[in-house]
Ligand binder design. Structure first.
Ligand code: PEP
Ligand code: MG
Length: 671
């Protein structure tokens, strides 16, 4: 028997697709292969078994091979795992920096419309049409003992259907969707799943009952994993399990929906099979009770270019079939039975929205200066050289946040100083004289690195991440600083440290910069910090004396202030950077920065939220660094504001009790 210890490299861990790559590879060998993760052990040839390991990015696993070809099997598995199990093409953009659409909290319509149901935008856009309520099948009403064909035949037919669905999606160029059905087919070849069903039928259970019980148990196991992406795969298993059951019991295939007119689909949740059962030409959009930003429906809706909202109140499902609705995914709202006046207003709003974007794009070159003369820099958040090119196309004033993680994640060894230098230099040159704020690697904890052994942490967001990791791994830190400092003479680079929580950290980090600057004989560069930990905001007056600028990381600042995991789908609606507690920390930071003559930027998602822009400017923010496509529209919005109006507005916001009150305040201000 041979063993191998490895770290999972791909960002989303062993979820459906990478697990499939691993399982398929394992199946090519005769030897028995087991994977151990923490206390769980899985058969490497069983997809479900591998999924239930709950191995996420950075997880340490032990592979055990036992049999004639064990050596070759381990070598091939090691190679595949280190290469990311097909999860990311070499040079692909890292998924972690992909912006989640912020449309949810942006274009708020008048929320006092009777019957309006609030949700969270999962895919932007607007639609009007009749509602179609999609209901999941109630299996408790079926006679599970009444199998029409043998289970093996039902599984074979399901596989054939899935292969056809895969072809259909691939034929339409929907690669991600095609891959989902391919993964479903793999689930049906799972030896452990089939063995378990056989054990139960052998003990006297009918095929239908045994199948449903095993599927449900395994799905629950996967759903219970402490990982949003992996636990979403439980839906995959249920979906494919129900497909087989339908065939086994001779139930009709779910009918394709062919309404006379296109519909807005309302549902508790939607599986990939549910979605595929609809004729896309007859779908205007989706409104779901469950689901989050990483759910299948969000991915599918975005790929189909259809608006979608999630987290809508369940009362939506009681609406009558055919109820005329407005789906406003930009605002995260569904309006049933709109009055003709509301409908007309909505259509106007939609046209205005389209027009506003067109105009903003046309005027993107103009600076963002308020009506009373205050210049606000509107720069872009970037995560690669390609982003820098796009930021220039959108006329960004600079890069307010360069997330350098893309250089460090998803690889087996650290990038060399020269490799980093080349990337920073290319970005500096692309941005010409425009400033680029290079954030030193914000990794560790929630974004572990294969080449830095770290003990598992119970709370990675509260663990050794950001500057904490840099300071405990000085060689890696020094190398990055040298690369940035050497590239600085090719453009305008500034350095920023993430996760600073007190003065000692910034002093230590600055000492590293100075030491390396002298070593490479580089000119001095500006040094700033992210203010994203509440302690940094509360001590902003002390920190301001140590730095050239602050940049408010409102994503983390909101997470830490409200004690809400930023990736928690169930808390998404409450995760609001316009919470007065967060605003008070922003106000304190801005005040301290200006007291010491320092600049204060915002680089969290809040900066692209149109309802937040007036408040942030009113609180004295000097620069907004936003997602690249938002640059022109934010610039246009700043040009329409005046300091004389937004300063008192911001003061009022600080006196609000809830984020909803703040949003209402700004909505009234805009009206
Ligand atoms: C933030 O926390 O607001 C931020 C911009 O950093 P990141 O999203 O990369 O953590
Ligand atoms: Mg952050």
């Amino acid at each position: 028997m041979k063993q191998l210890e490895l770290v999972i490299q791909n960002q989303t861990g062993l979820h459906a697709r990478p697990a499939k790559v691993l399982v398929n590879l394992a199946k090519q060998f005769q030897c028995d292969i087991r994977i151990q993760h923490k206390e769980k052990k899985a058969n490497a040839k069983s997809m479900v078994s591998v999924l239930t390991l709950g191995a996420t990015c950075g997880s340490m696993i032990v592979i055990e091979a036992n049999g004639g070809d064990e050596e070759l099997a381990l070598a091939k598995l090691e190679e595949a795992i280190l290469a990311g199990l097909g999860d990311s093409e070499p040079g692909a953009e890292p998924k972690a920096v992909e912006a989640i659409p912020v449309a949810a909290k942006t274009e708020e319509p008048a929320m006092d419309i009777p019957g309006l149901l609030k949700g969270i935008g999962a895919s932007p856009g607007l639609a009007v049409g009749p509602l179609f309520v999609h209901r999941a099948h109630d299996w408790s009403k079926e006679n599970l003992d009444d199998a029409r064909i043998p289970l093996g035949e039902a599984i074979a037919s399901a596989k054939a259907q899935l292969a056809e669905l895969h072809e259909r999606m691939a034929g339409k160029g929907l690669k991600a969707e095609a891959a989902i059905f391919e993964a479903h087919r793999e689930l049906l070849e799972d030896p452990e799943l089939l063995d378990e069903v056989q054990v139960r039928t052998g003990a006297g259970l009918s095929a239908g009952r045994a199948w449903l019980a095993v599927i449900d148990e395994r799905a629950k196991l996967i759903a219970a994993l402490n990982d949003a992406v992996l636990s979403a795969r439980a839906d995959d298993l249920r979906d494919v399990g129900h497909r087989v059951l339908r065939l086994l019991l001779g139930l009709p295939e779910r009918k394709a929906v062919r309404p006379e007119t296109p519909v807005v689909i309302a549902a508790l949740e939607m599986s990939p099979s549910d979605t595929a059962a609809f004729d896309p030409a007859r779908v205007l959009g989706f409104a779901l009770v469950n689901g989050g930003p990483t759910s299948h429906i969000a991915i599918l809706a975005r790929a189909m270019g259809l608006p979608a909202i999630v987290s809508v109140n369940e009362s939506m499902l009681a609406l009558a079939e055919g109820t005329p609705v407005i789906l406003d995914a930009n605002a995260g709202a569904l309006i049933p039975n709109p009055e003709p006046a509301v409908l007309a207003r909505f259509e106007q709003a939609r046209d205005a929205w389209v027009e506003r974007r067109r105009l903003a794009q046309k005027q993107a070159e103009l600076p963002a200066i308020t009506r009373d003369g205050r210049k606000v820099d509107v720069s872009a958040n970037a995560g690669s050289h390609k982003d820098a090119t796009k930021a220039m196309q959108q006329k960004a004033d600079g890069i307010g946040l360069l997330r350098t993680e893309f250089l460090f994640l998803d690889r087996a060894t650290a990038p060399s100083e020269d490799e980093q230098f080349e990337v920073y230099r290319a970005i500096a040159e692309t941005m010409q004289t425009r400033p680029v704020i290079v954030r030193t690697m914000d990794v560790g904890g929630d974004k572990p690195l294969a080449y830095i052994p770290m003990k598992p942490e119970d709370n990675p967001f509260l663990g050794e991440r950001g500057i904490r990791l840099c300071l405990t791994h000085p060689e890696l830190f020094r190398e990055q600083l040298r690369a940035i400092l050497r590239a600085a003479s090719h453009g305008h680079l500034e350095i920023m440290f993430p996760m600073i929580s007190d003065v000692t950290e910034i002093r230590e980090a600055k000492a590293f910069v100075e030491e390396q600057r002298q070593l490479v004989n580089a000119p001095a560069v500006k040094v700033g910090i992210m203010v994203e930990v509440p302690s940094a905001a509360l001590l902003a007056d002390k920190l301001a004396q140590e730095v050239d600028f602050f940049s408010l990381g409102t994503n983390d600042l909101t997470q830490y202030t409200l004690a809400m995991d930023r990736g928690h789908a169930g808390l998404a609606a409450k995760q609001d950077g316009l919470h007065p507690a967060v605003l008070r920390l922003i106000a304190k930071t801005a005040e301290a920065a200006h007291q010491f003559g320092k600049r204060v930027d915002v680089c969290g998602e809040l900066g692209s939220d149109p309802l937040a822009v007036p408040i942030l400017i009113g609180l004295g923010v000097d620069e907004l660094s936003v997602s690249i496509p938002a640059v022109p529209i934010v610039k246009a919005q700043v040009r329409a504001l005046s300091l004389a109006d937004v300063q008192p507005l911001a003061r009022k916001a600080l006196e609000c009790s809830t984020a909803a009150e703040v949003r209402e305040l700004v909505r009234r201000f805009n009206a």
